[in-house]
Design a protein around this ligand. Structure first.
Ligand code: NAD
Length: 481
């Protein structure tokens, strides 16, 4: 079913190189992971499907209020002993989890690609290794909390809700620092991608993690809402859309729950005329087509210095035409499936708004598979700052291209956004990088690279991109009193 981009200009075709699906054992149905065991939920169930084929993968329990309550109680019961345990002992569990993730990395990567639609080379080389690295990193902090600068007293029970774009990685970002600090957690994965979280539950059992330290409840928005408003949790950690972030901020206002929100973005990727252009093109492609553009910090607004616009655009289109789109399990695939029919509709709708607003659409010529959810790598030129495709998060493989003349114009345009999560700068001048970085209102600024993630480095946003930082020493602050 592989649908590759136009072969025009390519010297040869690749033969299919599919990763074996046989390494994963997907059960027909899954319960909830509460107090160290898989239990049947009291609510109904829902199906998780493969976005590349629309095949039903499994039936998953939808946690209702009673299930959420049971999970929070289990986390509460386990918390005192977990917090009393010497940090060096908690660290052993985290190291064990990290090593099991590494040992089972191939299995996890295949499962992630099947359930999410992302190319196997990304789940294999990015999601899974960085998830393991988070557990290694925070294991190292568990016995050194008094040197963190944030004290060493845990908050208690954390209710954590995550999105579908990096299912296991977002879980690791949430669970590793919480556990290292002596908190216990109830985590809800997104409804379209529950399978690697359920596999993670097995990993917790394999690591002999004390029951109740990690509880995983599946379900949709209603389950998430029941979790964040449960009176038994001390901390809410949410990653997802700005709209839902607002609802959660309202739901916890007036309570003593601590909150961190990691929300949407509309990053500017700024290319100056002195940049190494072919390198910049790689960074632009990685910035917006990595993970089908389902990336909160995606470089979805390209700002190009006007005098190199034509040259850069030609190089970019040529490079985009070599992207291979298709079977997520094929090791040659660069762009996989859109995660859900709902997300595909949103991408289509915003792209049509771009057409209607007068921007010019160019997309890679390719035959899309007839089954599953697909959208070709696309760019829009003739985009003005007022266009909705320049302001709203599309969360798909769609790039809006704008131009600028001077560094100050680039800064003004980059900052002209309700979001402030990330930005990229491409130039050979170190002084310009430092000046721009100090003026860009973005939580992360990459220079001559893009979408680089490291557990030692804090990540988070300004403005409507949320508040609080995850990762690095800063990430401990959200879980310590
Ligand atoms: P979403 O907000 O629709 O859903 C996120 C999670 O919240 C899901 O688990 C969902 O079930 C749950 N949820 C929905 N309604 C809820 C409610 N009322 N109360 C509690 N939980 C609720 O977002 P999405 O579509 O899954 O993810 C895409 C969004 O996530 C994008 O906006 C993206 O930018 C953002 N994101 C941000 C970061 C970051 O670190 N800043 C990282 C990844 C994704």
């Amino acid at each position: 079913m592989v649908s590759t981009s136009s072969t025009t200009g390519r010297g040869f075709e690749y033969a299919p190189a599919p990763e074996s699906r046989a390494i994963v054992d997907i059960k027909p149905s899954y319960g909830l992971f509460i107090d160290g065991d898989f239990v049947d939920g009291h609510g109904s169930s829902f199906k998780t499907i493969s976005p590349a084929t629309e095949e039903v993968l499994a039936e998953v329990a939808e946690a209702d209020d009673a299930d959420v309550d049971a999970a929070v109680k289990a986390a509460r019961k386990a918390q005192k002993a977990w917090a009393r345990m010497p940090g060096s002992e908690r660290a052993k569990y985290l190291y064990r989890i990290a090593r099991i993730i590494q040992e089972r990395s191939r299995e996890i990567a295949v499962l992630e690609s099947i359930d999410n639609g992302k190319p196997i080379k990304e789940s294999r080389d990015v999601d899974v290794p960085i998830a393991a690295a988070h557990f290694f990193y925070y294991a190292g902090w568990a016995d050194k909390l008094e040197y963190s600068g944030f004290g060493s007293t845990p908050l208690g029970v954390a209710g954590q809700v995550i999105p579908w774009n990096f299912p296991l990685l977002m879980l690791a970002w949430k669970i590793a620092p919480a556990l290292a600090c002596g908190n216990t957690v109830v985590l809800k994965p997104a409804e379209t991608t529950p399978l690697t979280a359920l596999l993670f539950a097995e990993i917790c059992q394999q690591a002999d993690l004390p029951p109740g330290v990690v509880n995983l409840i599946t379900g949709a928005g209603g389950t998430g809402s029941a979790l964040v408003s449960h009176p038994g949790i001390d901390k809410v950690a949410f990653t997802g859309s700005t709209d839902v972030g607002r609802i959660i901020a309202k739901a916890v206002a007036g309570t003593d729950k601590r909150v961190t929100l990691e929300l949407g973005g509309k990053a500017a990727n700024i290319v100056f005329d002195d940049a190494a252009l072919d390198q910049a093109v790689e960074g632009i492609v990685n910035g917006i087509f990595f993970n089908q553009g389902h990336v909160c910090c995606a470089g979805s607004r390209l700002l190009v210095q006007e005098n190199i616009f034509e040259d850069l655009l030609e190089r970019l289109k040529r490079r985009m035409s070599t992207l291979r789109m298709g079977d997520p399990l094929d090791k040659n695939t660069d762009v996989g499936a859109i995660n859900s029919g709902e997300q595909l509709m949103r991408i289509r709708e915003l792209s049509e708004i771009g057409d209607a607003e007068g921007a010019e659409r160019w997309e890679v010529a390719c035959d899309l598979p007839t089954k599953g959810f697909w959208f070709p790598p696309t760019l829009f030129t003739g985009v003005s700052q007022a266009h909705r495709i320049a302001r709203e998060e599309i969360f798909g493989p769609v790039l809006s291209v704008l131009t600028f003349r001077t560094p100050s114009e680039a800064v003004a345009k980059a900052n002209n956004s309700p979001f402030g999560l990330s930005a990229g700068i491409w130039t050979e001048k170190g002084s310009r990088i430092l000046q721009m970085a100090s003026e860009l209102r973005a939580g992360v600024v990459w220079a001559n690279t893009f979408n680089k993630f490291d557990p030692t480095s804090p990540f988070g946003g300004y403005k409507e991109s949320g508040y609080g930082r995850e990762g690095g020493r800063h990430g401990l602050e959200a879980y310590l009193r």
